[in-house]
Design a protein. Structure first.
Length: 316
């Protein structure tokens, strides 16, 4: 349904990646064309069509959303020292950290230029605020790394910022350019936020139970980086003394051996932590679907509803 719009988004992304400095489009295209799902810009496009929007600003805003996401990926790979991104070596391992940082900055700048092209100050405000919130979430996660005291509420606050904020903004801006009433803008903001939370929680579970080819990164990355994600929080809540000692040791010391990771997975399954994480993801996805109830039933609202279902069901 969105094929034509998404082709236009991809063409605009390719055009705006251009630079007289050859390394910039080379590095940027490496990650942009690495096969990401494009879920965030797809939300912008589909929400605009659901609302009957007839202009072209949704294309520029969808491209801006993808540029923000791609810039954060470039920076995240440097922070996380990941070995795999969408099934490929991360850009920083190919070109080096300084190049990735600076190209990420370039993509952020391009995103803001696209926001201006939409000619909507309100949309610019929403997306620029989301960019700031994402950075806050990433810093919060960095500070929380290695802290087994991280609570469920604190973790949900982290992913609400680092992941859900962009999903939320991607949906919300469509109601702004379509000049819809506040209640519809609020509903789309809720849809995007809840969908983003579900998306991240599924990723959390897949990091301990999915295949690397499905996840697009190494299984166990979060574990090896000392990240206390929801599966670990739930396992700690149910842990006996020996299990708590295990988590304390591995989260703080971040051992790299496969045997320790396998033991972690065994504990998570024994305590139902992966199932609990996916149950939480399903609940957030249902809230996203519920938020669509105020809109007229049409093929686009149905597609957005099915997208929320897909985000969770990809775990199976």
């Amino acid at each position: 349904m969105a094929e034509g719009d998404m082709r236009a988004v991809d063409a605009l992304i390719g055009e705006r990646m251009g630079s007289p400095v050859p390394l910039i489009p080379e590095l940027a295209s490496y990650i942009v064309e690495a096969g990401g799902k494009r879920i965030r810009p797809l939300i912008t496009v589909a929400a605009a069509r659901m609302l009957g929007y007839q202009g072209n600003a949704h294309i520029a805003l969808a491209a801006a959303v993808e540029f923000i996401h791609t810039a954060t990926l470039l920076h995240d790979d440097i922070v996380d020292e990941s070995d795999l991104r969408r099934g490929k070596l991360p850009a920083n391992q190919v070109w080096g950290n300084p190049h990735s940082v600076l190209v990420g900055d370039f993509l952020f700048a391009r995103a803001f230029m696209l926001m201006v092209d939409s000619k909507s100050m309100d949309a610019l405000h929403v997306l620029s605020r989301a960019a700031a919130v994402i950075a806050e979430g990433e810093v919060h996660q960095l500070v929380a790394a290695g802290k087994i005291e991280t609570s469920r509420d604190e973790y949900m606050e982290i992913i609400g910022a680092k992941t859900a904020a962009l999903f939320s903004a991607a949906a919300q801006v469509s109601s702004i350019i379509a000049d819809r009433p506040q209640r519809e803008e609020d509903a789309l903001e809720t849809y995007g936020r809840e969908l983003g939370l579900a998306f991240q929680l599924v990723d959390d579970a897949l990091d301990y139970g999915g295949l690397a080819s499905d996840l697009g990164k190494n299984t166990g990355d979060d574990f090896r980086e000392g990240k206390v994600t929801l599966p670990v929080v739930l396992a700690l809540d149910a842990a006996d003394e020996a299990e708590r000692a295990f988590w304390t040791r591995v989260i703080r010391e971040q051992p790299q051996d496969d045997a320790t990771f396998d033991e972690a997975v065994t504990i998570l399954k024994r305590r139902g932590a992966l199932e609990g994480t996916l149950a939480a993801a399903r609940a957030h996805a249902q809230r996203a679907r519920d938020a669509l109830a105020i809109f007229e039933d049409n093929p686009w609202s149905q597609a957005l509803d099915q997208l929320a279902e897909f985000v969770v069901e990809r775990a199976y």
